[in-house]
Design a protein around this ligand. Sequence first.
Ligand code: HEM
Length: 193
Amino acid sequence: MYNAALFLHLLGVVLLVGAVTTSLLTTLRVQTAGSVAQLRSLTAVTKWIEAVIAPAMVLIIGCGIYLVSQRDDHGSVPWNAGWVVVSLVITLLLVVIGVTVEASDAKRLHTAIANATDEWPQADLRAVQLASRPVYVVFFGTSLVVALLFVMTNRPGFVVAIAACVIAAVASAIAATIRIRSVRRAALVSDIG
Ligand code: HEM
């Protein structure tokens, strides 16, 4: 039973990594799309991402909690171990950000595209396309999944587990800022031209 739960936990991780990578690439491509048709086909992908992330999170959290509760037979890990608490808190934080901030950004983009004509560029649609929050959120989510992979495989105490997540979050904010600035500069040049 323990090994089956570990398999399902890792299956959830594989699905999550696939979905998060696809989400990152789609978000970056949305920023540089050059027509309404391109935006439409890109947002069709986001529906699939949402459909994969929910079961992935259920597998990761459900099986993860089961694994910790059974740990005594496989080498003792207390519930208050740093890596357990930090991974649980960060995974739940990712779920909350996904169902609130990320879902509302996706809805905003879908609505803007649904209301758009085929003319290009359109000011309203361009504002949603070049919004910075979805980029920060997707970089943040991806970097924290990588940090959690580190935390899970190294099983550190609180200090190192929290430091890994903080470093990942700071790196993601820097990467997102650089990306947003370069895309906005390019968009300004192309819209003026
Ligand atoms: C996105 C979040 C997560 C990722 C990417 C992740 C990833 C992983 C990976 C790669 C392993 C295998 C590590 C190894 O064998 O060296 C693992 C094992 C484990 N995970 Fe997670 N995990 C996540 C969330 C959680 C949560 C929330 C819990 C529960 C609190 C949890 C509990 C466990 C336990 C107890 C093991 C050890 C299983 C064993 O080796 O016997 N994980 N996880």
